[in-house]
Design a binder for this molecule. Structure first.
Ligand code: AKG
Length: 268
């Protein structure tokens, strides 16, 4: 569950980690089984694409689903984050980002701290984004693309883009991105379902359109130190949760499945 020394070194150097086989096929199936119900709901937490009714991102999921309430406390997510940051963390944001087959839209080049700071007044770029791939992600269905080392350049200038997609995002201009790519290259975060990603708040990343017939869904949990909490409450709770209670990892193993079996037995 804990990262080893070479993973920590790679994270510090590259700004991200791609960790295969962290969650089982059964666990991924459990997380995915919730999505048709959650995506069907008409509520502000579900952002739909600009050009279609497909869900682009569905937020606040730990408050809408027992399975996701357990996922945010899974030690495989919480413990590496606590190890990297060394302090108590609260759940800042919980979502599934979807890219529907043939139409899932882009995420422009950005780094998360630009939004966390610009919108929510988060003081320091410490938050970590922890992902679980829920589908196979390949080069065709819109993988996340990272610019290795871009976090070491410090926060780049960013502007708020409310036009390109249905989701307002603080984005980095092309000239800066070109320089960062010249220095660091590009890595696409591909892998089978169950692969975990970790990336930091100033790592520049984006993703392209899904032109393939294969949908792409990714679970994302953002954890931020309690000592670095938001100072502005402009955005709704589902975009940056106000509950600063430190997240406590669930006991037991394997986490998501064990809890589900217990839940099934209780309900039976
Ligand atoms: O889902 C994607 O492709 C991009 C997501 C992203 O950029 C983020 O979670 O910050």
């Amino acid at each position: 569950m804990r990262l080893n020394d070479s993973e920590i070194e790679r994270f510090r150097e590259d700004g991200f980690l791609i960790l295969p086989e962290r969650f089982s096929a059964e666990e991924v199936a459990l997380l995915k089984a919730e999505l048709p119900r959650l995506f069907a709901e008409r509520r502000p937490e579900n952002f739909r694409e600009k050009e279609s009714d497909a869900v682009r991102t569905a937020m606040g999921l730990h408050l809408r689903s027992e399975v996701y309430a357990r996922a945010v406390r899974d030690p495989r997510l919480v413990e590496p984050a606590r190890q990297l940051l060394g302090e108590d963390l609260y759940v800042q944001q919980v979502k599934v980002n979807a890219k529907a087959a043939f139409s899932g839209d882009v995420w422009q080049w950005h780094y998360d701290f630009a939004t966390h700071h610009g919108e929510d007044g988060v003081p320091e770029p410490l938050a970590l984004n922890l992902h679980i791939l829920l589908d196979e992600v390949n080069e065709f269905n819109g993988p996340l693309v990272f610019i290795p080392g871009s976090h070491r350049r410090g926060p780049a200038p960013a502007t708020l883009d409310t036009e390109t997609t249905s989701y307002p995002l603080w984005v980095v201009e092309d000239e800066t991105v070109a320089k960062l790519i010249e220095e660091g290259g590009l890595v696409s975060a591909k892998g089978p379902p169950g692969t975990m990603l970790i990336f930091g708040d100033t790592l520049v990343h984006g993703s392209s359109l899904n032109m393939s017939p294969w949908p792409r869904t990714i679970f994302s949990l953002i954890l931020n130190p309690v000592s670095n909490a938001l100072t502005r409450r402009r955005r709704p709770d589902h975009q940056h949760h106000r509950d600063l209670t430190p997240v406590a990892p669930l006991p037991g193993s394997p986490r998501l499945l064990a809890a589900d079996r217990a839940g099934v037995e209780t309900r039976a």
